[in-house]
Design a protein around this ligand. Sequence first.
Ligand code: NAD
Ligand code: UDP
Length: 320
Amino acid sequence: MAKRILITGAAGFLGSHLCDRFIKEDFRVIGMDNLITGDLKNIEHLFGNENFEFLHHDVTRFVHVPGNLDYILHFASPASPIDYLKIPIQTLKVGSVGTLHCLGLAKEKNARILIASTSEVYGDPLVHPQNEDYYGNVNSIGPRGVYDEAKRFMESITMAYHRFHGLETRIARIFNTYGPRMRLNDGRVIPAFIGQALRGEDLTVFGDGLQTRSFCFVDDQIEGIYRLLLSDYIKPVNIGNPDEITIRDFAEEIIKLTGTNQKIVYKELPQDDPLQRQPDITRAKEILGWEPKVPREQGMKITYEYFKSLSPEDLKKSEH
Ligand code: NAD
Ligand code: UDP
């Protein structure tokens, strides 16, 4: 019999790609979302598919799903700094209360649950690259703390359910991921730079641009999550691409990719913006036999084509 999986955050960037992947693997997928940062457009191609159903629901309210469930992927949460700065309380609630509801559901259904944690649990890291044994450097009371601490609580309560109730749990620590279906106005650096290039605006680099990130293409990320869910491994696993770049160099790459005549302008660095970030993926390689395959040049071309295909209205909406 086909396995049944609940995916929270299904109308979002990663959630929608996960729905596609699990449908392709012949699962019955239940997508859940309250559409606070997601868009039904990301999953409308699945409506009418007999193996897909959508539940419009806020996971911070009690979560009930009729019938059996084999797996739960808890991906509901705002994920971009401008989103979680705009809705800080909902961000804390979805990571805490929302996770509690998903764990309770997993226990009731005897389902395996994978939670979407993040490289942000490492905060502004003092260890480089970051491996899973590093405890992190998070400012709990800073503006980003609402996201980082919600995710740290999420990991903690997930391990408690595993230890206390014997629940089958998996923890993915996801590093910056990009690709089609990111929202043009979500403020993350890739849609921000591409949106600016498409609108003929200057590219806004925050701070001196010497902070680093390591960008993973969405197909690689989904493969890593898929393998982790089906593995036997309980402790957190970093899923990301270790190819690190400064934001200034990255802006130059976007200028080349898009052929824009615009220049780079420098703006103030947001508070607690991590200065460096690069995953150590030794564990993912050893446990999952996984490593990213799509180089940034290739992934960025695909992503640029996606953003170019959006309507002029979408592009206009993305101005901020
Ligand atoms: P996204 O904003 O595109 O998707 C999140 C989805 O969750 C949206 O559709 C939103 O409407 C939904 N949602 C939010 N609160 C909800 C609630 N209370 N009830 C039901 N649905 C709710 O973000 P994304 O980039 O797809 O991120 C998905 C998950 O992956 C998040 O948990 C995020 O923290 C994690 N993550 C993403 C990245 C990344 O680079 N994309 C990195 C680290 C972690
Ligand atoms: N950033 C930037 N210009 C922008 C948007 C982001 O220079 O218009 C920087 C941001 O300060 C950070 C990096 O790009 O150093 C990545 O930001 P993003 O919001 O994509 O992800 P996160 O900070 O969560 O890793």
